[in-house]
Design a protein around this ligand. Structure first.
Ligand code: AQP
Length: 334
């Protein structure tokens, strides 16, 4: 029996190399070994303000990019979260078993809440209850499918741990119901930082354009963004965590090239930042070009991505409904 894996991505903007190196690449590589379910988590996306027309486009684009990155619909299941109402229903039930104190400890809410706009005047009230409660929905996503492993970037580890705690609590009250999930985090690339502000993670919605390399960026854009990326006043091209700019660029190089750290340092020993950045840009362009080509081909075939998503939803629906029925019956709602 293959291990059950679930992971999701928000259609909140342009998918970037942080999402790719921290999560998607892991998902693609793990396909032969695991029983995978991947989800475009659009209900999570609406925890912050979205333009409905753009959101609709981004749902399809995100799914198309996952497929272009190598998610194979024959080996893995890909669907859109809101098409399976059991996610929302289980999230509500889990809310009622989650102590406020547990939710209040979530650092992502603290980081996002002051920027998360839902259209009210400036101030703390600008963040939605949904943003605060995001981890309960994520727990529902994971627990509905008997998930054992959740491959994510470092930023989502705390949410997976919360899902595990909620599952444990529910099981201790009602008996064995949920499988306890574990976060799977890559040793390298689990937190790709912004190019201009390497003190903050690369993010779809929170950084300026120059901070992020999007999977669909043109070669010119990639060249320009990498050439302007922050380094420092030092000269040596070495993996030194005390020099976050160059460390981040080297990590991106390591992830895309598959070379070992010591070999990368050797390759660029005695060379300057400009030469390293030029090589890095070439490497990123070389790795992203096939993804972009596959994406363009897929996007040019009307209805193809939607059909894959429809089939994915039909595959997971009975699993989700069965687990929800079990939960409802145990708590007296069935
Ligand atoms: N900078 C990052 N480095 C490594 N992994 C990352 N991930 C996100 N940013 C980085 C991982 O990508 C997966 C999908 O992320 P998400 O869309 O669910 O939401 P997020 O973590 O909030 O990502 P963003 O890009 O920062 O989106 P916004 O700006 O909309 O919040 C996750 O596994 C995540 O860990």
């Amino acid at each position: 029996m293959k291990k059950k894996v679930f992971s999701g991505i928000q259609p909140t903007g342009n998918i970037h190399i942080g999402n790719y190196l921290g999560a998607i690449k892991n998902w693609v590589d793990s396909q032969p070994d695991f029983d995978n379910i991947f989800c475009v988590v659009d209900l999570h996306a609406i925890t912050v303000k979205q333009d409905p027309k753009i959101l609709k486009e981004k749902i399809t684009e995100t799914a198309g990019l996952l497929l272009a990155c190598g998610i194979d619909a024959e080996k893995s299941t890909l669907f859109v979260q809101s098409r399976i109402p059991a996610h929302s229903e289980l999230a509500w039930i889990l809310n009622c078993f989650t102590p406020m104190g547990w939710m209040e400890k979530m650092t992502q809410f603290k980081e996002k809440s002051h920027k998360a706009k839902i259209g009210l005047p400036a101030g703390r009230e600008n963040s939605s209850v949904g943003l605060f409660d995001y981890p309960a929905l994520m727990a529902a996503d994971i627990l509905l499918y008997g998930t054992e492993a959740v491959p994510v970037g470092e930023d989502q580890k705390q949410h997976v741990e919360l899902a595990r705690d909620i599952a444990k609590r529910f099981n201790s009250i009602y008996g064995e119901t949920f499988v306890l999930p574990e976060a799977v985090i890559r040793k390298t690339g689990n937190r790709i930082m912004g190019l201009q502000n390497p003190g903050k993670k690369m993010s779809k919605s929170e950084n300026g354009e120059g901070n992020v390399i999007n999977l669909l960026d043109s070669p010119d854009k990639i060249n320009s963004k990498i050439s302007k990326a922050a380094t420092d006043s030092g000269k040596e091209i070495v993996f030194d965590k005390g020099r976050p700019g160059i460390y981040n660029l080297l990590t991106i190089y390591e992830m895309f090239s598959g070379l070992e750290k010591k070999n990368i340092e050797k390759k660029f020993g005695g060379k300057g930042y400009a030469e390293f950045k030029k090589d890095l840009a070439e490497l990123v362009i070389q790795k992203l070009t096939p993804i972009q080509e596959r994406y363009k081909k897929m996007a040019s075939e009307p209805g193809k991505i939607d059909e894959i998503l429809k089939q994915g939803a039909e595959k997971v629906r009975p699993l989700a409904e069965k687990k929800l029925a079990e939960v409802k019956s145990k708590i007296g709602l069935g």
